[in-house]
Design a protein around this ligand. Sequence first.
Ligand code: KG4
Length: 338
Amino acid sequence: MREIILGIESSCDDTSAAIIADGILLSNIIASQSVHENYGGVVPELASRMHQQNIVPTVSEALRQAGLNPGELSAIAYTRGPGLLGSLHVGTSFAKGMAIGLGIPLIDVNHLHGHVLSHFVKEKDDDETPEFPFICLLVSGGNSQIVLVKSPYDMEILGQTIDDAAGEAFDKCAKVMGLPYPGGPHIDKLAKEGDPSKFKFSRPHLPGLDYSFSGLKTSFLYTLRDAIKEDPDFIENNKADLCASLQATIVRILLDKLELAIRQTGVKHVAIGGGVSANSGMRDAVSKLCERLGVKAWIPARKFTTDNAAMVAMAGWYKYKNNEFSDISLPPFARTSI
Ligand code: KG4
């Protein structure tokens, strides 16, 4: 019998549905929400409403592209949290209703486990995957964590941010430069034309493997404030250099701790995941770091860096194999770590 898992993701502002059959991805549909662009950030109430509009067509399209009927599904995996509660409720309620209707098991997935396990999503049988144990640097709009992944079921956080996440640092600094939300991809693009050594911003001196990005943000703001007093067009005249210098600082902060974690654990495989792992500067720097340390780097395809249901279906598939099913009464949760 084929094991076919429908994954549903609705934790933030992307409604996504994906199908994995016997460990191979058959479809991965993502409906993004442009409505938030006008507000400079995700508006939770609008996100929930858009999920409600998008969930049925997204799931239908995932089934259609996979060439399957709902009756052929073995189980439904959904993101239980962390995320925006209203958004999570849409995916959770839909998954529960569909599982009850079809009489099949329900599997709750931690969104962060999903990001880590996105490296195991195979589009064809011979796609390679990381070897356990490995380190995953998980960097998104809400998280910056160094995770030691011992198995699909056993993950340990070695370090994490004590304040802002790396994605927040990108987005907040982008906002003061007048770039659209989310700012990370815009900084990435502009940084390609700038000089990364033009400006110096402060880096934290935290012991151990924890991160902090709030000091960098403040240092960025003070640099702009002081410079604008002299030259009102300072941002416009220096945008590319500001972006390149900011990006280089964020990447340096992330990679210094990643290197420490690799040395401390002695792992041979290192992965990155989450929205910020789409950043070109970070992807290059991680590849170079891993080459220097003689470890294998796992850089995800860009389509698997942001929120997607393929990773949820994958995490669900592992739980399915382990007979880990969830009770219909489980509520979604807004906050948690791995
Ligand atoms: O994982 P994700 O899609 O969503 C959640 O955090 O839920 O991550 C979104 C974050 C945003 O902060 C966005 O600016 C950042 O990922 N991001 C990037 C890039 N693409 C997305 N940051 C830097 N460079 C990029 N190319």
